[in-house]
Design a protein around this ligand. Structure first.
Ligand code: OFO
Length: 175
């Protein structure tokens, strides 16, 4: 049993996760159109991961006998120019999601809702990884360049990394 306030907030978070999925689907299409196939695969894998996040919360509400209320998902903005700007925007977005998850934890703590706090722990840990993988990509774009040979190399790395998204994070912290 969870409070009505908590039910509403988890439903809002489901919407944020679905928006993340939608945003990454749009970025995957954009990357595909500019011939960055690895980047497209990476954002498509992130899309799947965000859907999984939404469904995890959806399932939690049902397990708590709480109503799932699906709202409209906002349209993502047009992709910015340049790969660096795309990943910087992705990092900013993930930091907003982290802040929202932390607020949910604050709510659970204030209500002494131990079940929800424990449930949210997975998301707290997940957000560390979500931010770290994007920070890693941005670092490599800075190092090797976001055009030409450097970009081609990173695009190939993203193609490989896409295969491990949603699985255990590689020990080397690869993108
Ligand atoms: Fe669901 O972690 Fe990204 O948004």
């Amino acid at each position: 049993m969870i409070s009505e306030a908590m039910r509403v907030r988890i439903n809002e978070q489901i919407n944020r996760e679905l928006y993340s999925a939608y945003l990454y689907l749009a970025l995957s299409a954009h990357a595909q159109r500019i011939n960055l196939k690895g980047t497209a695969a990476w954002f498509m894998a992130k899309h799947g991961e965000e859907m999984m996040h939404a469904l995890k919360m959806y399932r939690y509400l049902l397990d708590q006998d709480a109503q799932v209320t699906l709202a409209s998902v906002a349209a993502p903005p047009a992709a910015p120019d340049g790969v660096m700007a795309i990943f910087e925007g992705t990092l900013a977005h993930e930091r907003e999601v982290t802040a929202a998850i932390n607020e949910l934890v604050d709510q659970a703590l204030s209500e002494k809702d131990h079940a929800t706090r424990v449930f949210l722990q997975w998301f707290v840990t997940e957000q560390i990884e979500e931010e770290a993988t994007v920070i890693d990509v941005i670092g490599r774009l800075r190092l090797f360049g976001d055009q030409g040979q450097g970009l081609l190399m990173i695009d190939n790395e993203l193609a490989a990394a896409a295969k491990s998204i949603g699985q255990t994070r590689p020990a080397d912290g690869g993108a």
